[in-house]
Design a protein around this ligand. Structure first.
Ligand SMILES: [Fe+2]
Length: 278
């Protein structure tokens, strides 16, 4: 879980969840030493030679002086990426990891601890002095691990050093073994420094309106909804759904704003996002 990033320190993991999650970008410096292991699990430049892998994987490239990213169109070796200044992004890496892969365990454990679904894991290979994506913000919560090389991250707001709790600059260098947490909506631009950079991003889904709707159902009308159909009734699920939607519609029409606010508060507390939404 998150505490495996934090050296098995459950107290620190809870501090992260309560004070930093959804609030501020934070760096966890040099905590993990699993770069080589994770690089072995990924092995992207060997996999690129496999046509079946290239068909199924979501691989994108970014080239200098060309706007936007494009799907990878042909096999390129690592050296060609470097000499042409081309960056590689592999967005569905998690679908290719073996069930016991360390990186996949990290991703699932982090998401479980925070009470959110794991969206996906992405891989980035960046040649020296290059930028894979222009300045942007993501609508997901992102945990980046710098595997090799180093990158400069720039934000509009200061980043917290998690160990000391101190506010750092808006610009910081990520070195191998460093984790960086970037909250959804935080603008950032990222550039590799003097060597090739490899990094992975564990992408966690943020709180969604669906979570609030679920809380509204739980809070407001758990007993007025029809029971799950059994026996003969179960043969006609279509009419059961129509009855359900009618009841939900009526129940929502009678809700007042206070109930909605309460559901929002419960959902955001449940998803550890109370600082931003309530
Ligand atoms: Fe991003």
């Amino acid at each position: 879980m998150l505490c495996s990033i934090l050296d098995n320190d459950l107290k620190s993991a809870r501090r992260f969840r309560d004070e930093v999650w959804g609030v501020s970008a934070a760096i966890f410096s040099g905590i993990t030493d699993w770069g080589e292991l994770i690089e072995g699990e990924i092995d992207v430049f060997c996999r690129l030679n496999n046509p079946s892998f290239r068909r199924r994987a979501s691989l994108f490239t970014t080239q200098p002086n060309r706007q936007g990213r494009r799907p990878l169109r042909r096999v390129m070796c690592r050296e060609e990426f470097v000499s042409s200044g081309t960056s590689l992004q592999w967005t569905n890496l998690d679908a290719f990891l073996s069930p016991g892969a360390k990186l996949l365990e990290f991703g699932r454990d982090i998401a479980d601890f925070l009470g959110h679904p794991l969206d996906s894991i992405s891989y980035f290979f960046t040649p020296p002095h290059s930028q894979t994506l222009p300045k942007h913000s993501d609508c997901f919560e992102v945990f980046t691990l710098q595997i090799s090389g180093s990158k400069t991250w720039e934000f509009d707001h200061p980043v917290i050093d998690f160990a000391s709790g101190q506010r750092l600059n808006c610009s910081l260098e990520l070195r191998p073994g460093d984790w960086l947490y970037v909250p959804a909506g935080w603008s950032h631009s990222v550039r590799s420094r003097g060597e090739q950079s490899t990094s992975v991003a564990i992408i966690v889904a943020p709180l969604q309106f669906a979570h609030v709707l679920l809380e509204l159902c739980n809070l407001s009308f758990p007993h007025t909804l029809p029971a799950w159909p059994v026996g003969d009734q179960a043969q006609n699920l279509g009419s059961c759904y129509i009855e359900l939607f009618e009841k939900v519609k009526q129940s929502f029409q009678s809700l007042d704003v206070e109930v909605f606010r309460q559901a929002l508060a419960v959902a955001s507390a449940r998803h550890k996002r109370r600082h931003r939404l309530v």
